[in-house]
Design a protein around this ligand. Sequence first.
Ligand SMILES: Nc1nc2c(c(=O)[nH]1)N[C@H]1C(S)=C(S)[C@@H](COP(=O)(O)OP(=O)(O)OC[C@H]3O[C@@H](n4cnc5c(=O)[nH]c(N)nc54)[C@H](O)[C@@H]3O)O[C@H]1N2
Ligand SMILES: Nc1nc2c(c(=O)[nH]1)N[C@H]1C(S)=C(S)[C@@H](COP(=O)(O)OP(=O)(O)OC[C@H]3O[C@@H](n4cnc5c(=O)[nH]c(N)nc54)[C@H](O)[C@@H]3O)O[C@H]1N2
Ligand code: SF4
Ligand SMILES: [Mo]
Length: 868
Amino acid sequence: MSAPVPPAAVPGVRATRTTDTHCPYCSLQCGMAVTAGDRPATLVPLDFPTNRGGLCSKGWSSAELLDHPERLTRPLVRAVAGDRTSPLVESTWDEALDRLVGAIRRTQATSGNDAVGCFGGGSLTNEQAYQFGKFARVALRTSAIDYNGRFCMSSAAGAANRAFGLDRGLPFPLSDIAEADVVVLVGSNPADTMPPAMQWFDAGRERGAQHVVVDPRRTATARNASLHLQPLPGTDLALANGLLHIAIAEGLVDTDYVAARTTGFAEVRAGVAAYWPDRVERLTGVPVPDQRRTVFALARADKAMILTARGAEQHRSGTDTAQAWINLALALGLPGRRGSGWGTVTGQGNGQGGREHGQKADQLPGYRSLADAAARAHVAAVWGVDPDDLPMPGRSAFELLDALGTDGGVRTLLVLASNVAVSAPDARRVISRLRDLDFLAVSDFFLSETAELADVVLPSAMWAEEDGTMTNLEGRVIRRRKALDPPDGVPDDLQLLATLAGRLGAGRHFSGDPETVFEELRRASAGGAADYSGISYRRIEEERGVFWPCPADDHPGTPRLFSERFATPDGRARFVRVEHVDAHERPDAEHPYVLTTGRVLAQYQSGTQTRRTRSLQLVAPTPRAELHPDLARALGIAQDDVVELTTRRGRARFHASVTDTIRPDVVFVPFHWGGGASANALTDAGALDPVSGMPAFKVCAVAVRRVSGPEERIPPPPAAAQPRPAAHRVAVAPRAHPPSRSTPTDPLTRRTPVKSTPRFLQGVFPLTGEGLAKPGPIDPALRYTVPAGCSAQALYFRGGNSTGELVYVLLVRDGEPMRWFPIGAKADTHVPLRVVEDLVGGSVVELHAAAPEGVTGEIVVDLGLVEV
Ligand SMILES: Nc1nc2c(c(=O)[nH]1)N[C@H]1C(S)=C(S)[C@@H](COP(=O)(O)OP(=O)(O)OC[C@H]3O[C@@H](n4cnc5c(=O)[nH]c(N)nc54)[C@H](O)[C@@H]3O)O[C@H]1N2
Ligand SMILES: Nc1nc2c(c(=O)[nH]1)N[C@H]1C(S)=C(S)[C@@H](COP(=O)(O)OP(=O)(O)OC[C@H]3O[C@@H](n4cnc5c(=O)[nH]c(N)nc54)[C@H](O)[C@@H]3O)O[C@H]1N2
Ligand code: SF4
Ligand SMILES: [Mo]
């Protein structure tokens, strides 16, 4: 679906081309149209069924990185081969690949095939992930391959496989959320992690739906909900068992459904008998009346859903926790009913497809098991190899990383699309393991913290420069389309693997052409749980994505699963009895608080990309630790002070963000930074989930101390990781009219090629109150006029209040207040704004404030807008 625009009449001006594709970042895979040609690429959102014309600030700014000055365009090797203290220098492809292939051969000759390992990622396309799994088993003949999804989706996947016989994150389209009368979100913060998805929740609430959010923080998602349960991290399993206890006691169980569609209820019923409400309140901190309201809401609703995400799942009992919520959903008869059920909100762009086609240590394509003889025979036949030559399952991600450089562990490692030096638990231990390797090769488009440690760094094409398929959070297989060429000579990961396989003597088994590889993936997945055999590039084009399983060309695909039967041998879903266990690390005198980690809106994952995105850096420039005002007061910490967090693994520093949205006994930090502010310098890898291998990212014991005032700088990560502003670009194209809302059937109306420019109204200003009912302009600088012919959208508002009183900031359009933002005494606020609200050309936007009469202090404001 590319629309070449005819060359302009002006001599010397080449054609531009607009291509429909999807955002590179999260699993929502928002549709966007990228225009490229004789000028820097620009983008506009598309009206795709998941985002319906919305994008978050990460999506809007994603094209900024395509020609970022720090983009890697040539391979890097060590100036002195074998000496990782010598600098990385540019080399030819021949030199870089010679060194990598030489290392692979040496390692395998001296230490065996399994001493060469592969580590992949959920941002790779299906074709790349599939080819990486095949590359490990066929070209390297190693069992050592796993990927970063182990840190992400593995617990939910383990539970879904156990309960339903199938792991597809959402067993229904996203739009079903709008139909549900009750939605319970457990450890999920889509208002920050998938903002455009909020329109489905908003639509539900507008119809009167009730939403319950279970999160130790009152997040932007929780603030919109009708009920917020604020448990201690790591106690979600006890809460779910407690809710089921109440459901049984109150006669709310759907006994017909349980009898007809499930097995194992008696055992679970006996198990939850011990989770009486008072005990659950003691374990979790969730008051009994709130427990009861939640169960009654779920049970009485016509349509009800339970969605879990990383907050519930990234624990050493993450699989059992997801199962506990599935047990509750089953007892209430929800899965398989339209507009109802349990689902997990997949995270990475291809977090779904990436976990289906063989990047996992124990897996073959189509979600087949590597240990299963029939599966080995099927896949080996497609690959044209002997099934006996396929290795057996290897170690899970952290186990693989923790054995690097040891006897019996991997000695030469190839990393594609993961930055484990920042994102793996106990990251400093992982960094030291990476240093123990004989040889490390990393493919990335920037010099990530992991790439900095490598012997060879291989540049890769970026999302808009490659073709392939992705599978979004709904299980919808979609097309990533190439909108422009990569920098000269830079391959995508599919081509890289094909080239490497050729050098290893296995070239005949591999192709660098995405559609050829997809055709093979179809055959390899045929008959498997994730069956793609009926899906083709053509069908994806024509049908705007196809939901798997799709076992035949004439099969319509499966938007909704389980309506008739579950994917287990007997067709019934399985209840599994699960028990609460205390977090492996309990607070004590030395480490008295609970640390949890997660995400902020304007940064993505290990930050390699978003920390380099200028407009996002302005929004979330520094890593901040959230602390409750009571805790801050007790420790003498003020807003923005530098604080040091210490756990049994290590220390890291953050600016304090004092906010009453968090439990007083919990500290939250984002994991998007490395160096001195590495959240994963603090987390523990000592307790992995026994089923999924998931580390306990979401809970450990921590001590907090004030280091200095806000002026102190946090020790920066190494120089190469520092974001540098992108070169300023001038749009050559004439400004087109702004995108307007269009119907879902009309994807073309949003394709106008325009440039999007971030705009900010921000700064620190003195404030003198004249009464809460008497707002006034804060400062003349906080005024912005949308240029004629353009439109703007407000993306977020952040504000901080140094006074001891509640103040309001108002977003004013043409003299009329549009939105009020309350900011508590000495508190701050962060409000994502609906990205779909358009401000038309000529509108004047201002920020005003109101404070009680006579109150003085300072106010920090930051309004992010995007102008298109
Ligand atoms: N802006 C942004 N968006 C992203 C990403 C990103 O890095 N940045 N990453 C993408 C990826 S890969 C993923 S996996 C998703 C993750 O998406 P989410 O799961 O929504 O994100 P998190 O912030 O990891 O965790 C969600 C919430 O869990 C809460 N939480 C912490 N501990 C507990 C607990 O023990 N119990 C409960 N009930 N809640 C707890 C946190 O306070 C947090 O608000 O986001 C995707 N989208
Ligand atoms: N403390 C804590 N740690 C966590 C989490 C948490 O909540 N708390 N969440 C975990 C979760 S859910 C996840 S998903 C992981 C993610 O952690 P990572 O695996 O580190 O994921 P990314 O940061 O997306 O890393 C991707 C890297 O690959 C590059 N890249 C992206 N796309 C491509 C591509 O197509 N090809 C190539 N060659 N390179 C590419 C990027 O530039 C980046 O450097 O972090 C986990 N770590
Ligand atoms: S929610 Fe944001 S990051 Fe996720 S796909 Fe959409 S625009 Fe990209
Ligand atoms: Mo993730």
